[in-house]
Design a protein around this ligand. Sequence first.
Ligand code: CDV
Length: 311
Amino acid sequence: MTNSTTLAVAQLGPINSGESRESVVSRLCALLQGAADAGANIVTFPELALTTFFPRTWVEEQEDIDQFFESSMPSPATQPLFDLAQQLNISFYLGYAELTEDGRRFNTSILVNGEGRIVGKYRKIHLPGHSDRKDAPFQHLEKRYFEIGDLGFPVFTDRGRRISMCLCNDRRWPETFRVASLNGAELMLLGYNTPVHNIHWQEPEHLRMFHHRLSLQAAAYQNSLWICAAGKAGEEDGSVLIGGSCIVSPAGEIVAQTTSTGDELIFAIADFDLGEHFRRNIFNFAAHRRPEFYGAITDPRPGRVTDADVE
Ligand code: CDV
């Protein structure tokens, strides 16, 4: 395979409250080292990969909220990960809570290249949950803790690949992948934290994993993308996360998936000619797309109006 890149996904087991950044970063470094030892070029870590998934908790005091955010990247605690990436010449995607210099807060991911330099940033656009649901049995407060991302779905070049990024709930929205693909992406990196239980209804548990895979497999195929999806898994601070990290090919097939609920690496030698085949034929956008009929997609007031405060 001449046009290939070795992709790794690094699933994380739980990060319970009280685990220090230093401890989490040493877990990330062990995974990065393992990925490099296996010959991987690009590693994907989960969403909010430095802390517990704190949006499940109502936190009152600002200073208690601030402990989950990074005001610089790399920070002193994450510097070892950047140094190791440079030493091993390996790229990585990392999700974290970003606090900007002017006090704005985003659910963010970055792409770091093999020189340990940030070459891309994405801020989560499809924030699920609500901003205040004290009546609920548990919370999903992303709308309270984060602003809607303001960077769109940009594409970055690293290792000769056109790479886009998204975060968790973004994967349920076909627009995420279509816009990235229209922008030229051939590889999508995704981190997520998906709880087994749904805050809004007694959803049968198996549907969470089914919809996760359904979304990724359809998106990969319809947009000629390789997708690396890295989740957190297992019971974290009393909430069970689905895990099920995987790598999906542009044919829509899952080519690697995790089998545990802990820290685990999976790999795929990704043939990028496969995506090119779909891009040139069945999904040749220039030849076959009919955007003149898609106006409702970008119309903010289409026929069907939905409740904004749902997951
Ligand atoms: N972190 C997330 O965005 N989680 C959502 C849940 C709340 C549905 C997800 O799409 O998995």
